[in-house]
Ligand binder design. Structure first.
Ligand code: FES
Length: 113
C-alpha cells in the first residue's frame, strides 16, 4: 500500500476540503466530522474540480455528498455514486490518519458499491 501524506490534520477543519496531487492524480479530500473522504478531484460529467468549486451537501447526515458547481451533478462521498448529469461514479481512495498526517493511497482505488 502506497499511502502518501497530503496534509496535517490541523490543516483540514471540519467540513473543509483540500486538493493534493498524489502520484499524478489530483485528489480532493473532504472532512466531515471525524471522517475523511478522498475522491478524484474531477467531475465525471465534464471535468470540473469538485474541491475547488463543489458544495458540500448533507454533511449532517450519514450520506454526505458534493455537488459540482458547473451543472449540478452530485457524488456520494462514501460510494462515489453520481446523480444526473453525471453517470459515472467518481473514483474513491483509501484515507488513513497516521499520527497527525492525513494519508491517501491512489494506487488501490476503492470499489464502488
Ligand atoms: S462538469 Fe460537473 S456536472 Fe457538469
Amino acid at each position: 500500500m502506497a499511502f502518501v501524506t497530503v496534509a496535517n490534520v490541523n490543516e483540514l477543519p471540519d467540513l473543509g476540503r483540500i486538493i493534493a496531487k498524489v502520484d499524478g492524480v489530483w485528489v480532493a479530500v473532504f472532512r466531515v466530522g471525524d471522517y475523511y473522504y478522498a475522491i478524484e478531484d474531477q467531475c465525471t460529467h465534464d471535468g470540473e474540480s469538485l474541491a475547488e468549486t463543489g458544495t458540500l451537501l448533507d454533511a449532517d447526515t450519514d450520506n454526505p455528498r458534493v455537488e459540482c458547481d458547473r451543472h449540478g451533478a452530485t457524488f456520494e462521498l462514501k460510494t462515489g455514486k453520481p446523480t444526473f448529469p453525471a453517470v459515472v461514479p467518481v473514483a474513491r481512495y483509501p484515507v488513513r490518519i497516521e499520527g497527525d498526517e492525513i494519508q491517501v493511497n491512489v494506487q488501490e482505488p476503492l470499489q464502488t458499491q
